[in-house]
Write a protein that binds this ligand. Structure first.
Ligand SMILES: [Zn+2]
Length: 306
């Protein structure tokens, strides 16, 4: 069974009309996952993340600052490209809370998987810094919850967003119970993610040049990333599912097709079936061409159900 976590507040977070991380993104994803085409999805309203869950990965001062910063009207700029609107704190709480609830659900029902259709995205947020459209690091909150609340010893995070998940890497660079694997375009924002960034031996970075395309992307996962994921034998697999490596995306040039996301997701589910009782929790990160995002998310979710 596939659980779909989302919340109306995630549609209200609005960084402004010219911003690529728009509410229309989530509307496109939810339309692609509608009840006609995805009748069997178990649709669940995401709860708010608790302070306890958030402060496993963020400093208490940062959590309080984000929760207090949403402006009464208009937008507040946290950095060059990360803004808050009146609904942003609530959206951020629900986005992180989706991961916590999804981890609880798949730990209690090992035959199930989950997709969190949430925004703002999370993988650039560090312990104490908002950046790259991200406020709370949703996938990191989920991984830390799996360690602390479920006592897991091996949690893997696979990040195929076209940008490097610098925040997730920073948060877990000294935490060997978490394996972080990332494919990303390089050079590109945020500039981190070279192959020699290995942390405590728990970081696997596969930087790819602009124009990489489907074949070389699949080869990087098949030859570099998936073997290390398999060797780690995760008890739970989390996915930072950004779809901005699609050839239509305006922010990057990795030149993938929607079918590449189906292929990689199926491989990731295979690893989870082998080691983790099939337990997978995926969450939406980037993806800025609405049609490509919708098609890619549908391909990903179909493969998660497969
Ligand atoms: Zn991205």
């Amino acid at each position: 069974m596939l659980r779909l976590y989302t919340h109306p507040a995630c549609l209200q977070h609005d960084p402004g009309p010219a911003h690529p991380e728009s509410p229309a993104r989530l509307r496109a994803v939810l339309a692609a996952l509608d009840r006609d085409r995805f009748a069997t999805l178990d649709r669940i309203e995401a709860p708010r993340a608790s302070r306890e869950a958030l402060t496993r990965v963020h400093t208490p001062a940062y959590v309080e600052r984000i929760l207090a910063s949403a402006p009464a009207t208009g937008t507040l700029r946290l950095d060059e490209d990360t803004l808050m609107s009146p609904a942003s704190a609530e959206a951020a709480l629900r986005a992180a809370g989706a991961l916590v609830a999804a981890v609880d659900a798949v730990m209690n029902d090992p035959a199930s998987r989950a997709f969190c259709a949430v925004r703002p995205p999370g993988h650039h947020a560090t312990a104490d810094q908002a950046m790259g459209f991200c406020l709370f690091n949703n996938v990191a909150v989920g991984a830390a919850h799996a360690l602390a609340a479920h006592g897991l010893a091996r949690v893997a995070i696979a990040d195929f967003d076209v940008h490097h998940g610098n925040g997730t890497q920073d948060i877990f660079a000294a935490e060997p119970r978490v394996l972080f694997l990332s494919s990303h375009q390089s050079p590109l924002y945020p500039g981190s993610g070279s192959a020699d960034e290995t942390g405590a031996g728990n970081l696997v970075n596969a930087p790819l040049p602009a124009g990489t395309g489907s074949q070389a992307f699949r080869q990087a996962w098949a030859e570099q990333l998936l073997p290390q994921l398999d060797a780690f034998a995760p008890q739970l697999l989390l996915i930072s599912a950004g779809f901005d490596a699609h050839r239509a995306d305006p922010l990057a040039q990795l030149q993938l097709e929607a079918d590449d996301y189906a292929w990689l997701t199926a491989r990731l589910v295979d690893v989870a079936r082998t080691h983790a009782g099939g337990r997978v929790v995926s969450t939406l990160e980037g993806g800025y061409d609405l049609d490509a995002l919708a098609a890619s998310a549908a391909a990903h979710v179909s493969a998660l159900m497969g």
